[in-house]
Write a protein that binds this ligand. Structure first.
Ligand SMILES: [Zn+2]
Length: 393
């Protein structure tokens, strides 16, 4: 067993060295420097741990070495994680990765993002998501040719804020989160007390306890939605409508007794509409509501009888208001109607809102305009790759 572990340590050390060697130097895109240094530092630290395990193994007799095996497995898992969620993106270093990483870098300056911006890797197999260990946003391969779902990058940047909320620079965002936590707890505690007094079906206390547990997770997604809305504006709400239209099976989903990471798409949209009101985009909120209500997916399913327990208006409004104040206190550049109208032509926030205006003016001819804008933006950001779709599509 001891010899086997020695071999295993050697193999992991070799893998760590290979992984480090696969980080291309010099980097093609300087915006990936933060990710490269982070991966190198973490690989080095893991190699150091493996060295320590090897040293400890030498001093041990043939007795129990399960603790060393356990430490070795942790090192293996960590290297695998750095490989999948960090080094692969650096190794690929495609123009698409360069472009979207530069775009997020520019957005982080525009919105006054107070911590290091995430990198972007266009190698996702599951739409958009964020990985906290490497600070990388994953998106599908073709995203770099389009604009309508780029608002979702703002949602993923919200995850970066949420995950690092305990850093001093995000203190006010964290305070908003803690305030929401209190609001949710109070709301469901009161509801539970009330339901216990009533002589209704036994199921209600279970449902309410379940919804409270769900909310502890849903806070994260609602926070990220609101972060995107407040830093970007109506474009994010339109992108949510568009995504729901393409992917939602039931916009009124009420998970009970099963578990659901995301709140229902209808509740997310309602929260966004309340958020738009806080920002002073009341007209946009009404326009979005009208479009949403006209969509087939709002009619193919109906909310269940207990749906309102999960997503009551007053709770959604309170959460939207708390995040609005928290982000302003945290000095994020929160968008309102006046600020949006004053943004320059080179602003990404301006472009993404303009894209949605153009889309609704004429959805069928939008692609031509979009291609022109994406081409110009890529050139402006210094990534000169061609678009990947025929111009007559
Ligand atoms: Zn999310």
């Amino acid at each position: 067993m001891k010899d086997y572990l020695k071999g295993l340590i050697q193999e992991e050390m070799n893998r760590g060295q290979s992984l480090k060697a696969m980080i291309p130097r010099p980097l093609k895109y300087s915006e990936l420097e933060g990710l490269a240094v982070d991966c190198e530092t973490k690989i080095e630290a893991t190699l150091g741990l493996l060295q320590d395990i090897a040293g400890e193994l030498e001093d041990r007799g043939d007795g129990d070495i399960r603790d060393l095996h356990r430490k070795l497995r942790q090192c293996h898992r960590y290297l695998a994680l750095l490989e999948s969620f960090g080094v692969t993106a650096l190794y690929c270093g495609t123009p698409e990765i360069g472009y979207l990483t530069k775009l997020v870098y520019k957005v982080h300056q525009e919105i006054n993002f107070p911590v290091s911006p995430p990198s972007v890797a266009c190698i996702s197999t599951e739409y958009y998501y964020y990985h906290a260990v490497t600070n990388v946003i994953f998106v599908p391969l073709t995203e770099s040719d389009y604009l309508l779902h780029i608002p979702d990058l703002f949602h993923e940047m919200g995850h970066a804020v949420f995950d690092r909320r305990e850093e001093p620079r995000l203190e006010q965002s964290n305070k908003a989160y803690l305030e929401i936590l209190q609001t949710i707890t109070q709301h469901y505690h009161t509801l539970l007390k009330q339901k216990r007094r009533e002589t209704g079906p036994r199921m209600y206390p279970d449902l309410i306890r379940h919804l409270y547990q769900q909310w502890l997770n849903w806070i994260v997604e609602f926070f990220c939605d609101l972060f995107a809305l407040y830093t970007l504006g109506p474009a994010y709400a339109w992108a949510h409508l568009h995504l729901s239209s393409k992917t939602s099976d039931d916009v009124y989903r009420l998970p009970f007794p099963e578990w659901e990471e995301h709140p229902s798409d209808e509740a997310r949209m309602r929260m966004l509409r309340f958020g738009l009101e806080f920002q002073g985009f009341g007209t946009d909120a009404k326009a979005i509501e009208a479009k949403w209500n006209g969509m087939p997916f709002t009619h193919v399913s109906r909310p269940s009888r207990d749906y309102h327990y999960a997503y009551p208006d007053d709770l959604l409004k309170k959460v939207a208001g708390t995040v609005f104040e928290g982000l302003k206190r945290n000095r994020f550049n929160v968008v309102d109607a006046q600020r949006l109208s004053q943004l320059g032509e080179d602003s990404i926030v301006h472009l993404l809102n303009e894209a949605w205006d153009h889309f609704w003016q004429d959805p069928c001819s939008f692609r031509k305009w979009e291609q022109g804008q994406v081409g110009e933006l890529k050139a402006r950001l210094g990534v000169m790759d061609a678009l990947h779709t025929p111009s007559n599509s």
